[in-house]
Design a binder for this molecule. Structure first.
Ligand code: AFP
Length: 331
């Protein structure tokens, strides 16, 4: 018989002393992902496509499904009794747990719907989440509670709404995948001990920004594009789905490297992706699958955040490729 998410969590509690409160939080997150998956798949039939007419803290137009997904996530998490604070891409401030619900010893940061530009064109999107310990569990968390390096994470994962709905999860002891069985509404364990090959044949970057990149990234990508005729001596394939969840999922399945480097379109901006709820959780997953993740100079997980919505350059995936592009930043 296949192992369900709840059976897997029970096994982790008995074999690896997983905190039952953390297990309860992951269960709540998985329920939110199931509900979001259902909304996403209804699309126009449920009137959830298109713009909400509002902007998020990043100044980006919010899609209706961004707001809906955020509300679903927040509602599920506050009822878990496992957290004392939440940070969401869609909400400027730290969110506290309403008084009618108990607080718990964890903090959660999430991007409720990553890849929003794909929603209206029916291309894969996903939810990303990161769980950290609350240094001082209390009724109302503040920004400073979240400014911990990604190495402090106790759990990270994403749910990808693609041809299948798949949940990726790590507690720091490897990476596992669950696939949602639409007939039962159950997440079923479908892959354990996921590993990323150290070498790569594929890269993912938005090449339309090429003229804005810094020299080390330009050199690294030029060499990939030169293929057999260049210093790499082999051809590479390229993909760009414009949803980090899909890029990371592909790398976990068949290797490669993903880059969203800083560029000089806005010199004040260190990158596009957000550290707390995109780069950190995906970096924990990558490192637990034998991959690596850097901003070009420092492992992402070692960066101490200064702001809860801080952006960062991200290069993650096959360890040999991440090491090479990092060496070009040091040259
Ligand atoms: P949206 O959520 O605004 O679509 O951005 C998605 C994302 O943050 C990340 O998931 C993608 O890898 C990246 O941005 C795509 O960025 P570009 O649209 O600039 O290619």
């Amino acid at each position: 018989m296949a192992t369900t998410l709840s059976q897997y969590l029970a096994r982790e509690e008995s074999l690896h002393e997983l905190d039952p409160v953390l297990a309860r939080l992951i269960t709540s997150v998985s329920e939110a992902c199931k509900t979001i998956s259902h909304k996403v798949r209804q699309g126009a039939l449920a009137g959830v496509l298109g713009l909400a007419g509002t902007e998020n803290v990043q100044g980006e137009d919010q899609k209706k499904l961004d707001i809906i997904s955020n509300d679903i996530f927040v509602d599920a998490v506050v009822r878990s009794g496992a957290v004392c604070g939440m940070v969401s891409e869609e909400v400027p401030e730290v969110m506290s747990v309403p008084d009618e619900f108990p607080v718990g010893p964890y903090l959660i940061a999430f991007d409720p719907l990553d890849g929003s530009s794909n929603i209206d064109i029916n291309v894969s999107i996903g939810s990303i989440f990161s769980v950290m310990p609350a240094v001082r569990p209390k009724r109302t968390a503040v920004d400073a509670d979240f400014l911990q390096p990604g190495r402090n994470q106790v759990a990270a994962g994403y749910c990808m709404y693609g041809p299948q709905t798949q949940l990726c999860l790590t507690f720091g002891r490897g990476v596992v995948f669950f696939t949602l069985d639409p007939s039962t509404g159950t997440f079923v364990l479908t892959q354990e001990d996921v590993r990323v090959a150290p070498a790569a044949k594929e890269f993912a970057i938005n090449c339309s920004n090429m003229r804005h990149w810094e020299a080390p990234v330009r050199r690294y990508i030029d060499e990939l594009l030169a293929g057999k005729t260049g210093p790499r001596g082999k051809d590479f394939n390229m993909r760009w789905v414009a949803a980090m969840v899909a890029e990371v999922h592909r790398i976990l399945q068949r290797g490669g490297i993903f880059l969203y480097p800083r560029d000089n379109r806005d010199p004040a901006k260190p990158g596009k992706l957000r550290l707390l709820y995109e780069a950190n959780p995906m970096s924990m997953i990558m490192e637990n699958a034998g991959g690596a993740s850097t901003n070009g100079h420092t492992p992402i997980l070692d960066i101490v955040p200064e702001k809860i919505h801080q952006r960062v350059a991200v290069m993650l995936g096959a360890r040999e490729e991440v090491d090479l592009v990092t060496s070009y930043h040091k040259a």
